[in-house]
Design a protein around this ligand. Structure first.
Ligand code: PLP
Length: 404
């Protein structure tokens, strides 16, 4: 008999399918608002000037070789990455209570963090709570390592904002020591973040119930343009001693999508526990990847550890976040002032980061794709990075038509 007849055909990834449909479309005004990657004002990928500089330094280094990195990654990269998230003067850094391991970008950090918890967390109820909705891959990453996924209310379609009371209620009712996945900033896909006061209340309940915070940080600096500001929630949870880990990605904030540069940081109560955790993470990393890739980690290490490059990077991060914030303001202005589009559009400027939940229905989203050649996911999420001064008016007018 023929082999593999029992392997069922899996559905294609919705986002990548959308990109393929966009590429095949020949309409001159087509717009891609599906992709979660930064684009410049001409819809082109943007290589950060700091990355160009760092690449030049790296490739001209006569001592550069292609040896294996250590199993847990390039040490000067992982330590600088930890300082970036927690702040150099954080007690978890000065007391050596954080275990940092280089990962295959943010996805690999989520995977390794999940795998570590699956093996070693002291579970009362083995599952992870993720926001409803969340980055769709969370729904695949955790079950892969035998952690079932439950959701907590997050997005309220009525207000196009945070479903805060229902979120808190789920935190309160969950079995003690439950694991909650939290987006550190710039929530994907909604663009809705808790306020500082709300983060404080979340931390209070988590401490009271002994819950564990699984922070996913894929957009530090990319959201507000300020690296410290975007790390505020993580640092506040550390300050309050909420047990936690952080998954970190340099895909978006350094524009290193394809280089797969990330890190997992697990915070421990003691230096001695951090050493034991590192030994186990090494075993897991060894069996999966042996050693992480070198190029991207070397670039980020150079950027984080060279003061002039670090300053340049901060400017580059501001360029990206600034353009996105400008697009939010312009879209809001076009809809509310020029076109007088029915409804309230304040959420466009209140949301933060790469994505915005427009609040439009699946039917309206479909109409935008089919009649206006504007590609977006059926949940009404748009990538703000796909908008620019050439296409924003066309988008606003098409959106206006779709909702009337
Ligand atoms: N987590 C969130 C919330 C994301 O939005 C993304 C990327 O879209 C990632 C993690 C991981 O991305 P990467 O593996 O490219 O770092």
């Amino acid at each position: 008999a023929e082999r593999w007849t029992e392997v069922p055909l899996a559905p294609p990834d919705a986002i990548f399918q959308l990109t393929a449909a966009f590429k095949a479309d020949t309409h001159p005004n087509k717009v891609n608002l599906g992709v979660g990657a930064y684009r410049d004002d001409n819809s082109k990928p943007w290589v950060l000037p700091v990355v160009k500089k760092a690449t030049e330094i790296l490739v001209n280094d006569p001592a550069l070789d292609h040896e294996y990195l250590p199993i847990t990654g390039l040490p000067e990269y992982t330590s600088a990455a930890a300082r970036l998230v927690f702040g150099s003067d954080s007690p978890v850094i000065t007391e050596e209570r954080v275990t940092s391991v280089q990962t295959i970008s943010g996805t690999g950090a989520n995977h390794l963090g999940a795998l570590f918890l699956s093996r070693f967390y002291h579970w009362n109820d083995k599952r992870v709570f993720v926001s409803d909705p969340t980055w769709v891959n969370h729904h695949q990453i955790f079950p892969l390592v035998d952690i079932p996924v439950s959701t907590y209310p997050y997005y309220d379609p009525q207000t196009i904002g945070l479903a805060f009371p229902a979120f808190l209620d789920t935190l309160k009712k969950a079995t003690p020591r439950s694991v909650f996945l939290l987006h550190a900033c710039a929530h994907n896909p909604t663009g809705v973040d808790p306020t500082r006061e709300q983060w404080g209340e979340i931390a209070d309940v988590m401490l009271e119930k002994g819950h564990f915070a699984f922070f996913d940080s894929a957009y530090q600096g990319f959201a507000s343009g300020d690296l410290d500001n975007d790390a505020w929630a993580v640092r506040e949870f550390v300050r309050r001693n909420v047990p936690l880990l952080v998954c970190q990605s340099f895909a978006k904030n350094a524009g290193l999508y394809g280089e797969r540069v990330g890190a997992l940081h697990v915070v421990s109560p003691s230096k001695e526990a951090a050493v034991r955790i590192k030994s186990q993470l090494s075993v897991l990393a060894r069996s999966e990847i042996s050693n992480p890739p070198a190029h991207g980690a070397r670039l980020v290490s150079l950027i984080l550890n060279t003061p002039e490059l670090f300053e340049q990077w901060k400017r580059d991060v501001k360029t990206m976040s600034g353009r996105i914030i400008e697009m939010r303001k312009e879209l809001h202005r076009l809809l509310t002032e020029e076109l007088k589009t029915p409804g309230n559009w304040d959420h466009i400027v209140n949301q933060i980061g790469m994505f915005s939940f427009t609040g439009i229905s699946p039917a309206q989203s479909k109409a935008l794709v089919e009649t206006a050649h504007i590609y977006l996911t059926s949940n009404g999420r748009i990538s703000m990075a796909g908008l620019n001064k050439h296409n924003i008016r066309y988008f606003a007018e098409s959106l206006d038509k779709a909702v009337r």
